[in-house]
Design a protein around this ligand. Structure first.
Ligand SMILES: Cc1cc2nc3c(=O)[nH]c(=O)nc-3n(C[C@H](O)[C@H](O)[C@H](O)COP(=O)(O)O)c2cc1C
Length: 179
């Protein structure tokens, strides 16, 4: 049964982000800065064969600074209809080059590119949201890759809630937890 839960967890995450309105497309990504947690919503963009999880961001953003300083990160997924919560934590690597990077940057088009070409770094104060200016010949796109080492599944249901955790150090063999 634990193997089925692990398969279910991976399937929900792997195929959720492909569907436009699936809640797993928008997980919450946590980083650590000065010993404090920092969270923000992101779009999950892709997953690799190893189940590494990919996100896009601006290389000048705070989260990139956080992950360069402390690579530990965590993604939180919640499906309100299924009452299903999944937590995936591990090391976050910032990618600015390589085939995977080129592939994703090459696939971006039109309006999505705007997020990575603002003149000022994300978080810079502005007077008016309509007055953001953009670069024409440079971009700050980067990939964040979460390499999982711990995953947790929690489904609230009757008669019994199901909570299980899976660790990489013992080949993802799972164990049930009291919910
Ligand atoms: C629905 C939604 C999706 C978002 N997706 C992303 C994303 O994929 N990448 C990203 O860098 N920021 C994304 N953001 C913005 C972040 O939540 C955050 O505000 C921004 O990245 C700055 O975070 P930081 O200062 O902690 O780096 C998204 C926000 C929302 C509301």
């Amino acid at each position: 049964m634990l193997q089925k839960i692990l398969d279910d967890l991976k399937t929900e995450v792997k195929f959720g982000y492909l569907k436009k309105n699936h809640p797993f497309r928008y997980p919450v990504l946590a980083s650590i800065f000065s010993n404090s947690p920092v969270q923000r919503t992101v779009v999950l963009r892709d997953s690799t064969l190893n189940f590494d999880l990919l996100m896009y961001t601006d290389e000048r953003s705070n989260k990139v600074k956080h992950f360069v300083e402390n690579s530990r990160g965590s993604l939180l997924f919640y499906h309100p209809k299924k009452l299903l919560q999944i937590k995936i934590s591990g090391r976050v690597v910032v990618l600015r080059s390589g085939p995977e990077y080129d592939n994703h940057w090459g696939g971006l088009q039109g309006r999505s590119i705007k997020d990575f070409v603002t003149n000022n770094p994300p978080g810079t104060p502005i007077v008016n949201p309509d007055r953001v200016s953009y670069k024409e010949d440079e971009h700050h796109f980067c990939l964040l890759k979460l390499i999982p080492d711990k995953m947790e599944y929690l489904q609230l249901k009757r008669p019994n809630h199901i909570r299980a955790e899976f660790m990489k150090f013992n080949d993802w063999e799972g164990s049930f937890l009291t919910p």
